[in-house]
Design a protein around this ligand. Structure first.
Ligand code: GLN
Length: 535
């Protein structure tokens, strides 16, 4: 069997950050995937963090977790939501990982007395990793997103590696530059920033093959011609990257402009017609929903920083599309609830309540009040990770009557530690006190919301937490009516439910595996329950 020749598409962003490189990368990947190509993404991040585990989500956005437990940045969530498969940690190539490896090799004497340099040692390390990802995934096309902005010191060595990849090593590499074309007034499009940005890229020895322009209005002929002329690309290789109604619409918008034909031409791909029919149907449901508009409250902390909960928000979009409803998300600051004499003033506005994951004690009591309100008023409730822990605490306090029940994360000295860090020998993670990370199997009990949602008794979902339900409380909780619907092989509780109304919570972050084409089952049931309750 001849080995397949993998092709590479590099997406680099110029001028400024926040142009949506991750969405562009995912959209192009989706188009190629719809043609039958095996596509795998890679993200280059120049920062010196080894992974995103130590990054504050309120500064950098959500920490996304892969099946293998690698903690990566939010863009991986976008890749998976579009491409609909589970990516492995090797696709995340960070400055931290590279330098760690290089220094380890140097200490080992692996460089045989040579001085260790950015070129060739670091750039070789990058190229080897990129090739390995292609091979490991048996990919036809590797989509590489270069984090940061062209010109940043931090991403320079990645771009140099890609230059070598294309020119010295004669790999099939297509370079896509994402830029920004502002309009000073309607019709007055400014291409100069794009021209300068391209010159900067050219000064690094890299000529973009295609240019995508974020913009306030569609490029007119004049703007397209100027960009083509001054940036050394053909006119048909300049594309609009407009503001779309939903991010999932971008593959359709790019496809319509003929982006596939241009890529196929440049990379020598087949010329079949792209088939995004199924995707188009789902997008249509998002932009023109037929069912009810459901008001869902996400009760969290620092809810103004929406990037911290992006997977939760997207999972709601997927579930709404699957059930043909529309969801309006309302961000409720949990510590504000604590100040109200009656939370119903705020919470009676919503058709469903969700408590997402979180760390730290701020706003915890407000979240517990929201859960109590949902239970007593039969408002559909979904709890994710911390949302499960607090559902258990609420039940222990208000149904079992253990008034000081708590998680030891918030009160070390509670007499009723319903949630705790399990003692070493009972821990699922064996490293003492570290996070339980990545995918774990869970068995579901028949006749429960969870079992009906998944339609099977064994599931695998991703985790990122330290605390667990204290096994000493499980029997009492069950006797009092709380349903344990899912457990890990060790017996540790993974899912709980209410009996009298729709309420379900999971220790895993099930939102992380929700994708437009395969929405998270618990979110779908949650939205169905909300639609049913709404008169
Ligand atoms: N803080 C809790 C724990 O560490 C919950 C974490 C989470 O919601 N991701 O277990």
């Amino acid at each position: 069997m001849t080995e397949k020749k993998t092709k590479y598409i590099v997406v680099a962003g110029s001028i400024m950050s926040g142009l949506g490189k991750g969405i562009v990368t995912s959209s192009i990947g989706k188009i190629l995937q719809s043609k039958g190509y095996k596509v795998v993404p890679i993200k280059f991040d120049g920062y010196l963090n080894v992974d995103c585990g130590t990054m504050n989500p309120f500064r950098h956005g959500e920490v996304f977790v892969l099946d293998d437990g690698t903690e990566v940045d939010m863009d991986f969530g976008t890749y998976e939501r579009f491409l609909n498969f589970s990516i492995s940690g090797s696709s995340s190539i960070t400055g931290g990982k590279l330098f760690q490896k290089i220094i380890e090799k140097e200490r080992n004497g692996d460089f045989l007395g040579r001085d260790v340099q950015f070129v060739p040692h670091l750039t070789d390390e990058i190229k080897n990793r990129v090739r390995a990802v292609g091979k490991e995934n048996n990919a036809d096309i590797v989509m590489i997103e270069v984090g940061g902005t062209v010109g940043d010191l931090e991403s320079g060595y990645f771009l140099e590696a890609m230059r070598q990849f294309k020119h010295e090593e004669k790999e099939d590499v297509l370079i896509i530059q994402l830029t920004y074309v502002p309009s000073l007034s309607p019709g007055e499009l400014k291409t100069k920033p794009t021209q300068h940005a391209t010159r900067l890229l050219q000064s690094m020895g890299i000529q973009p093959d295609m240019i995508l322009c974020r913009e306030q209005e569609p490029l007119n002929d004049d703007a397209k011609k100027k960009i083509a002329l001054y940036c050394n690309v053909t006119e048909n290789a300049v594309f609009d990257d407009p503001t779309v109604r939903t991010i999932y619409e971008l593959p359709l918008t790019l496809e319509k402009q003929g982006i596939y034909e241009v890529i196929a031409e440049k990379l020598n791909l087949s010329k079949e017609k792209t088939d995004l029919t199924e995707w188009r149907k789902l997008v249509e449901r998002i932009v023109n929903p037929k069912g009810k508009t459901l008001n869902v409250a996400i009760v969290g902390k620092y809810t103004a920083v929406k990037d911290a909960y992006v997977s939760v928000k997207e999972a709601l979009v997927h579930a709404a599309a699957a059930t043909n409803n529309s969801v309006e998300v309302h961000w409720v600051e949990s510590h504000e609830l604590e100040k109200l004499d009656d939370v119903s003033k705020e919470l009676s506005k919503y058709n469903a309540i969700l408590v997402p994951g979180g760390f730290g004690s701020r706003g915890i009591e407000g979240k517990i009040l929201a859960i109590e309100y949902a239970r007593k008023n039969k408002i559909p409730y979904l709890g994710l990770c911390l949302g499960l822990q607090l559902m258990v605490v609420e039940y222990a306090r208000n149904v079992l009557g253990l008034k000081d029940a708590n998680s030891t994360e918030f009160n070390k000295d509670t007499c009723n530690p319903a949630i705790m860090m399990l003692p070493e020998k009972k821990q699922i993670v064996k490293m003492g006190g570290t996070l339980r990370l990545g995918a774990y199997d869970c068995k579901l009990k028949k006749g429960t919301i969870a079992f009906d949602a998944y339609g099977k008794d064994k599931i695998s979902e991703r985790h990122r937490h330290r605390y667990e339900v204290n096994p000493d409380y499980v029997e009492q909780l069950e006797k009092a009516g709380l349903v344990v619907s899912g457990t890990h092989d060790s017996g540790v509780v993974e899912l709980v439910e209410w009996k009298d109304s729709f309420g379900v919570a999971t220790q895993a972050h099930v939102e992380l595996k929700s994708r437009l084409e395969t929405p998270a089952p618990l979110f779908v049931e949650f939205i169905k329950a909300a639609a049913k309750e709404k008169k």
